[in-house]
Each structure stands twice: as C-alpha cells, then as structure tokens.
Design a protein around this ligand. Structure first.
Ligand SMILES: Cc1cc2nc3c(=O)[nH]c(=O)nc-3n(C[C@H](O)[C@H](O)[C@H](O)COP(=O)(O)O)c2cc1C
Length: 418
C-alpha cells in the first residue's frame, strides 16, 4: 500500500528545545510514509540535534541560518523552500520561534520561511510547564489558532527533561505523522485547513468489546479500533472536542493523544458510558464492534475447569442490547448519528441488510463495510463499502485509507447542517 504521505514534499524544522532529539524519529517516520523531506534547524536547535543525523535521515542537506547567506544560491533560500513545500512541520516549536512567528519577525532561516510559506504548517510546541503556562506564550499560542493554514499541536502532559511532571512534552512523532496526513486531507487549494468541527462536541466509540466467560476466558472480535480512532482524530484536527469510548485497541498509543479517552471494555460498560455522554454531543459516531451475545451471568472470580466448559457454555447466553438502536432512539433532532455495520456477502445482500438496519436504527448515515473482502474492513488500514443515507441515498465507497474515509464521513455529516 502507498504511504499516507506518498510524494508529498515536507519540510521539517527543529528549534532549540530538548524535544529536538525526537525530530530524527519524525523524519524517519515521514520517509517511511513516502514523503520527500528537507530539514531546517535553528542555531539553538543544532546544539540539541545533530544536523548530520537529520541530513542522513532525510536524504537531503540539513539547512541552517548560514545557508541563507550562501553566495552561490541564485534565489533566496527561504523563498525557494517555501515554494517547494506542500507542508511545513515545526517540531519542536520553541517559545522564542513562536514569538518571532506571531509577531512577523523574519530573523533567521526558519523565521523567514514561516513568513514566506503559503502551504499548511503543523506546529508542535514543547517547553517546560512554567514557560508553557506563561501568559505571553499562551497569548502567542492562541494567535496561531486564528491562522487557517496552521494546525497547532499543543504539548502533552508527562515527565519533562527538567524533571517536572506537567504539560510541555512535544506531541509524539507518530501522532505528528497522523496530523501531517490529516493536514494534507484537510487543506484546500490555498493551503487553508477545514475547521468546520470547531466548537463541536463529538462522541466516538471504537474497538471491540470483551465479554467475559469466566475469570480468564472471553469472547471478542478482530476489530482493531483503527477506524474509530482515526475518525476521532480527524474530528479533533478539524477543531472538535472529542470523547472516545473504547474497547481494547490495537493502535499506537500516540494515536490517542489529544482525545478524551474513556475505556469501556465490555458491552455493558460501553452502553453505560455512551448513554451517559450522548446528550452532550453534537454528533455520535458509533464505530465500535460491540459483541452480539454475552453470558447472562459469568463467574469472574474463578476459571471453569476444562471438563465443565462444554456443559456450562451450552446455556445461559443473552443477546446484547443494540447500542446503535438505543442511541438512535434517544437522540435529539439536532444530534447527528453515524453508524457502522460490518456485514458479509455480495453487494445485493449488503445493500438489503444495510437498508433494513438504517431503517431500524434511526441514524443519519450508515457505513456498511464488508468484512469478507481481502485487505479492507476489520483489522486493516483500508475501508470501503456502501454509505446509506441520508434518506434513500446510497453510494458505493471505494476502499481507501481509513483516515481518508474518516474525513469523507465528517464532510458528509457537516453537510447535513445543524
Ligand atoms: C538545554 C536547553 C533546552 C531548552 N529547551 C527548550 C524548550 O523545550 N522549549 C523552548 O521553548 N525553549 C527551550 N530552550 C530555550 C531555547 O533554546 C532558546 O529560547 C532559544 O533562543 C530558542 O531559539 P530558536 O527558537 O531559534 O531555536 C532550551 C534551552 C536549552 C539550553
């Protein structure tokens, strides 16, 4: 499969923050996703990360302030770079580069590049907690949100290099790669990013559930949670405040950054968690693969002996209440509801069963995804199938990366209006 950033021209810039030690990992991950990468490092940044390492990993010279004044260059370097790039990622962005940027100060290669760039810019800040909380830094950071070409990735909480535990860690390189791919999907021809979900509260469910049989055994399914987590991140990158109710996930931990995560591993826990939060949400995206059956009662304090297993399991099952239907019955007319249905069979069967489900569950849109086709659906990077709704509308959706499908589904939900 082609990488998420195949053929995209990306500049990665590192400022003078200790988080610059992670910039080589970011460059490497971008290359693996198919991007062409050129690196820029500020003079302070070059004290903390090796320009030689960045040059090797990006397969291009690492550019520094002195290169701007190289008399053999026929055109100003910051202009040439700005015209070359599809995306500029500043990771880490220091407090002083942030200040220069928002005040329009073009002193230095990165500073002048930031002013000359017309492509989208991803800014991942990192600094000590007290610095981050300083009103001047917060003021500068909030001004980035007014620029439609900029996707600001706020620092995360954790143990910092200064030994303080607090907010200040740079977003994980794996999350920055995801944000970079999302940025390319969100950008219009002028490099402006769609932020149509800004101010909206979105409730997303993702992953399988686990239904206990005894203290060690359980029934579950092959859902990885990728589709739901990518929907949640796509909504977050478009400005939404996202609650993610999830079962056991098989996705990188970094993909959960910036989401309000609510683990709920059984169908019963997921039901409580979703119904409790539903009324606060502008949209509910029900992507979790909830079990269909569970034990009426399970003794979770001990393990059934092997010899008793067949006999005990021959009875005592109940159907799990249909969660999408419950959400559909309780939603207000303003709340949008997207459901997923994992179905098997030919297109005719999928459409027939999908139509019945759309009718029964009361959602605006139902994404019917086949689970019996190679390289798509459950536990895969790709997804496609049929999108049913609103009303009688039906559309075949070719298998695409789940992040691209997530943005497509968010576009369609946005088009339903408020
Ligand atoms: C070891 C060390 C670590 C630093 N870490 C940070 C940091 O995480 N974030 C930050 O904003 N500044 C940090 N600074 C301060 C910046 O390096 C300093 O403000 C510098 O002027 C930034 O310049 P630049 O934005 O051109 O890279 C650090 C300085 C040192 C010496």
């Amino acid at each position: 499969m082609a990488g998420l950033l195949q053929g995209q021209r990306v500049i990665v810039a590192a400022c003078g923050s200790i988080a610059a030690v992670k910039t080589p990992l970011l460059v490497s991950a971008l290359i693996k996703e198919g991007a062409q990468v050129r690196c820029v490092v500020t003079s302070s940044g070059s004290q903390l990360v090796s320009p030689v390492a960045l040059a090797c990993l990006s397969r291009n010279p690492c550019l520094q302030d002195a290169d701007q004044w190289d008399p053999s260059r026929p055109r100003p370097l910051h202009i040439e770079l700005a015209e070359w790039a599809d995306l500029l990622i500043v990771a880490p962005l220091s407090a002083s580069s942030l200040a220069r940027w928002v005040h329009g100060d073009g002193q230095g290669l990165l500073a002048s590049l930031l002013l000359a760039c017309e492509c989208p810019v991803l800014a991942a800040s990192a600094m000590n907690t007290a610095m981050w909380q300083h009103p001047a830094v917060q003021r500068n950071w909030s001004r980035l949100h007014d620029d439609p070409r900029v996707l600001p990735l706020a620092p995360q909480a954790g143990l910092l290099a200064c030994d303080r535990v607090g907010t200040g860690r740079m977003a994980d390189p794996e999350c920055i790669v995801l944000a970079a791919a999302s940025t390319m999907l969100q950008a219009d021809s002028e490099g402006k990013l769609r932020s149509d979900w800004r101010g909206k509260r979105v409730l997303v469910s993702a992953g399988p559930t686990r239904e206990p049989l005894d203290s060690v055994r359980l029934i579950s399914n092959r859902s990885s949670g990728r589709m739901g987590v990518l929907l949640a991140q796509a909504a977050r990158f478009r400005g939404a405040d996202v609650d993610l109710v999830h079962g056991p996930l098989t996705v990188p931990d970094a993909w959960l950054e910036g989401l309000h995560c609510l683990p709920a591993f059984s169908s019963a826990a997921m039901e409580v968690c979703l119904l409790e939060r539903q009324s606060r949400a502008d949209a509910v995206l029900m992507c979790a693969a909830v079990a269909d059956v569970r034990r009426e009662r399970s003794d979770n304090s001990s393990k059934l002996p092997k010899g008793e297993l067949m006999e005990t399991m021959a009875q005592g099952w109940e159907q799990v209440p249909d969660l999408l239907q419950s959400l559909g019955a309780r939603r207000s007319s303003q709340q949008h509801l997207l459901g997923f249905a994992a179905l098997a069979g030919d297109d005719e069967t999928l459409l027939r069963r999908g139509r019945e489900k759309l009718q029964a569950k009361g959602c605006d849109l139902l994404m019917v995804n086949p689970v019996d086709r190679p390289d798509q659906g459950l536990d895969s990077d790709l997804n496609g199938g049929w999108l049913l709704g609103p009303g009688e509308r039906e559309e075949a959706i070719p298998a695409v990366h789940k992040l691209a499908l997530a943005h497509d589904l968010l576009d369609r939900l946005s088009q339903l209006g408020d």
